[in-house]
Design a protein around this ligand. Structure first.
Ligand code: GRF
Length: 208
């Protein structure tokens, strides 16, 4: 079984990346982070990578306005750092079909709600939690899913519920959900690392 050599793509704060890194350091996850890539030069995720001596690369639309060149560059960097598994940890750009094809069933995203509810374009950050509260939901949760060519439509790998409590504001729910994100992203990655994932159509089966 080939070791998971992860490329992290992140646009912002990078707390999921940090949680994954910590779990690798504490030997709870059998993987290596080869590179962190961001479309935002100022992303905290890039700073955290540098502090931990992990290559940090900025690839933006400004540098590569043509989608084809952007994709080429992204694939080149992933290849140069020997990445065999891609993790979207708060990456706000949609991946092109060519990138998805190159890492078929080897790209995971995390979404701070129970998909297919409260997903899709524009559903990120506080928008998600506000929408859950506005709907009056009693539970929300986290979905770790495979990435396909659309927003948030790939098969779920793991999902976990998080209760909505009376009086929750979006920030309260976000905080509770984020704690669970930090646990289950690693759990999902460890399933891949251990070769316990079998993909059967839309179903992601977990071998014992
Ligand atoms: C998380 O809430 C994740 O579910 C979503 O983007 C956010 C990223 O947070 N995809 P962070 O940058 O990992 O702190």
């Amino acid at each position: 079984m080939e070791k998971l050599q992860v490329g992290i793509l992140a646009s912002g704060r990078g707390s999921n990346f940090e949680a994954i890194l910590k779990n690798i350091q504490q030997k709870k996850l059998d993987a290596a982070i080869q590179v962190v890539i961001s479309n935002k030069a100022s992303a905290c995720a890039l700073e955290v990578a540098r502090e931990n001596n992990i290559p940090a690369v900025h690839i933006s639309k400004k540098q590569f306005p043509e989608q084809e060149l952007f994709d080429e560059q992204l694939l080149l960097v992933l290849k140069n750092y020997n990445v065999n598994f891609v993790v979207l940890a708060g990456y706000l750009k949609m991946l092109s079909p060519i990138v998805v094809k190159n890492f078929k069933n080897r790209i995971l995203n995390i979404h701070p709600a129970l998909l297919p509810s409260f997903g899709g374009q524009g559903m990120y950050g506080q928008n998600v939690h506000q929408a859950v509260l506005d709907y009056g939901c009693k539970v929300s949760g986290v979905t770790v899913h495979l990435v396909d060519e659309e927003y948030d439509t790939g098969s779920p790998v793991l999902q976990r519920c998080v209760p909505v409590l009376e009086g929750d504001a979006a920030e309260d729910l976000a905080r509770r959900v984020l704690k669970v994100e930090h646990q289950i992203f690693t759990e999902a990655l460890q399933l891949f690392a251990r070769g316990r994932i079998e993909i059967d159509g839309r179903r992601v089966k977990i071998r014992p």
